[in-house]
Each structure stands twice: as C-alpha cells, then as structure tokens.
Design a protein around this ligand. Structure first.
Ligand SMILES: [Ca+2]
Ligand SMILES: [Ca+2]
Length: 191
C-alpha cells in the first residue's frame, strides 16, 4: 500500500518501528534510504530474496532455507517483504537478545504458522539447513548428524515429545536455551 512517499520515510513507520524494534530514528531513516535505493518498488519478492541468499551461500543450495526465512518474515502473508517487515526481520536476526531471536527461530520452524512445531516441520527445516552445508563439509559430519533425518531425530529428541505430539513456543524456546546441541542443530555453522 502507498508506502513509497517522496521525501523520506512515513512518520507512522518511524514511530511504530521505534516501538517494536528499539532502533533509533537515525538508523531507521538510513535503512529506509538504502532500502528505497535497492528496492525502488518498496517490496522484496521471494525471487530477489533467494538471489540475496544465493550470494551469501555460493558453495551450497540456500534456496529452500531462503524460502523458509522469507515466509517467517512475511508476517502479513502477501508474498512480498515491505520495509517494515524487513526492519523487524533485521532486528530479530541481529539482536543480541537471545529470546527474541529464538522467537524468530520458532516462527521459522512453524512452517504452517499454527503456533506449534511438529516433527515433520523439524525435518523440513533440517533438510533446508542441511543444504546450506557445502558438499565437502557434509562428508565430514559426525555420524549422528550426517543426514537431515538424523539431525531432525537428534533435535526432536531434545523436546522430549512423542513423534505425533507438538511443541509450543515456550517449550521450544526453553529447550533450545538449555541445550547447546539444539542451538548447534538449528543454525548453520560457518566454521
Ligand atoms: Ca508481506
Ligand atoms: Ca506448525
């Protein structure tokens, strides 16, 4: 909707974003200018987003992961990322506050957005994350982490749920906060 205004960022955006993200007005204004330059339409499409991720992961296949990240950022479900979604996403992925980050990780794993994470969803994300690992590194993984299925089993076991049960957000965040192994399995390790 008519977000693109000449002369800078709409004021209601700044007020709202300051409240939800604690970024300063100067930071928000700076990003808005960059965003407008890179993205004159005011919206990022899934295809553009996949291209951005492709550049970050030249040695692996980031497409599936990019799709999941895009879905988790597209909070109004319209198939594009607007400036506000972009800034909130930036905040969630870069914030030092780990609980906030884990809230985002939960939304990443909650593929159907129903407020719970299931074992098939854990497997789906494990597959996407596995594809981020370059082929030559995949060959050197420990035997219980060498396939997406094994990684999903290992992560699911941490939640202490039956295969047909589901994990609520609070349980998900608590389990990951208390487990180094879980933390390692939910993120791509660059080393
Ligand atoms: Ca959107
Ligand atoms: Ca779900």
């Amino acid at each position: 909707m008519g977000n693109a205004q000449s002369g800078g960022i709409p004021k209601e955006f700044v007020d709202d974003l300051k409240l939800t993200t604690r970024f300063s007005e100067a930071e928000i204004t700076q990003w808005y200018e960059n965003f407008q330059k890179q993205c004159p339409t005011g919206r990022i499409t899934l295809q553009q987003f996949e291209e951005i991720y492709g550049k970050f992961f030249p040695d692996s296949d980031a497409k599936a992961y990019a799709q999941h990240v895009f879905r988790s950022f597209d909070t109004n479900d319209d198939g594009t990322l607007d400036f506000k979604e972009y800034v909130v996403a930036l905040h969630m992925t870069s914030s030092g506050k780990s609980t906030l980050k884990l809230e985002w990780v939960f939304s990443l794993f909650d593929v159907d957005k129903n407020g719970y994470v299931t074992k098939p969803e854990v497997l789906e994300l494990s597959e996407a994350l596995f594809k981020l690992i370059p082929k030559e590194k995949q060959a050197n993984l420990p035997s219980d982490e060498s396939t997406p299925e094994k990684r999903a089993e290992k992560l699911w076991a941490i939640f202490e749920k039956k295969d047909n049960e589901r994990v609520a957000e609070g349980e998900f965040i608590q389990a990951i906060e208390e487990s180094e192994v879980a933390l390692h399995l939910i993120q791509y390790d660059h080393k």
